[in-house]
Design a protein around this ligand. Sequence first.
Ligand code: BV8
Ligand code: ZN
Length: 257
Amino acid sequence: MSTIEKAAAAIRALRPRNVVVFTGAGVSAESGIPTFRGEGGLWRNFRAEELATPEAFARDPALVWEWYEWRRGLVRAAEPNAAHRAIAALSGAVVVTQNVDALHARAGSADVVELHGNLFRDRCTRGCRRGGQVFPARRSGAGFQTPAAQERPDPLGRLPRCECGALLRPDIVWFGEMLPDDAVERATSAMRGADLVLVIGTSGIVYPAAGFVALCGGTTIEINPQASALSSRCTYAIAATATAATPPLVEAILETR
Ligand code: BV8
Ligand code: ZN
C-alpha cells in the first residue's frame, strides 16, 4: 500500500471535521513559481533573505520594488494548479499559507490566512490605514516599473507613494518583522481546533510560521517530494508533489462528508 493510500485510508477512518491546509512555496512550484530554497529558488539572483527585509527597503527601495514587481509579473502569468484547485474544493477548510502569491484565493479557497501578507497589496510606510484597510492592489497590467539602477535619476521620486507623501511598500511580512496579529490568532485557533492538517510544500524552516503545525493535536499529513524540517513530526510524510498527492487526499476527505 503506498503512503498516499495509507494516508487516504487513515482519513476515511478519521472522518475529519475540522481540516486545516498549511502551505508553503512548494504548493505553487507546479504553477511555475520558484520556491525560496529549492533549485531555481534564486529570485533573479537575489535571495529572499537579502531583499525581503526592512533594511534592504531602507537601503534601496527602488531595487526592492523592482524585485516585487518582477515577482508580481511572474504570479500574474501563473495559474493555480491542481493542488490549489483540490484544496479549494474543501469547503469549510481553513488554508493557512506562508505564500504571498494569492493563488489559493484565485483557485477559490474562501478562508485563507495569509501569514506573510499578499504580494498584490501595498501599504503606507507611515502606517496610514484609511478605515483599517490596507491600500488595495494598485492598477493591474504592467504595474510599477522602476528604471534600471543606473538610470534612476530620482528613484524616490519615481516610487509609489501614499497620499500622505510617504513611500508605499508591499504589504508583506519581511524577515525580522512580526506576523499580523489577526493572522496569528486565526492560524492558532484553526490549528488548535483541527483534527486533520495537510502540510503541503514547505521546508518548515521559517518561524514562527512553521511552529503552527505543532499546535495540531490531530493527524498531520505532509506532502513534499523532499524531507523537510517538519517531516519527522507528521503522522504521514508523503514523498510526492502537491499536484500528485493532494487530489487523492482531498477525495478521501470529501468521501467522508
Ligand atoms: C520574525 C514574505 C521576529 C517575503 C516570508 C535572523 C535574523 C532575523 C530573523 C531571523 C533570523 N534567524 C531566524 C529568524 C526568524 C526568521 C526565520 O525564520 N528565518 C529563517 C530563514 C531561518 N523569521 C522571521 O524573520 C519572521 N519574523 O521572526 O520576527 C521578531 C521578534 C520580535 C520582534 C520583531 C520581530 C518573519 C518571517 C517571514 C518572512 N517572509 N515571505 C516574500 O515572499 O518576499 S518567508 C518566505 O519563506 C516565504 O513566505 C515562504 O513561503 C517562506 C517559507 O519557505 P517555504 O514556503 O517553506 O519555501 P521553501 O522554498 O523553503 O520550501 C519549499 C518546499 O517545497 C521545499 O521543502 C520543497 O521540497 C517543496 N517542494 C518543491 N516542489 C514541490 C514541493 N512540495 C510539493 N510539491 C512540489 N511540486
Ligand atoms: Zn500614508
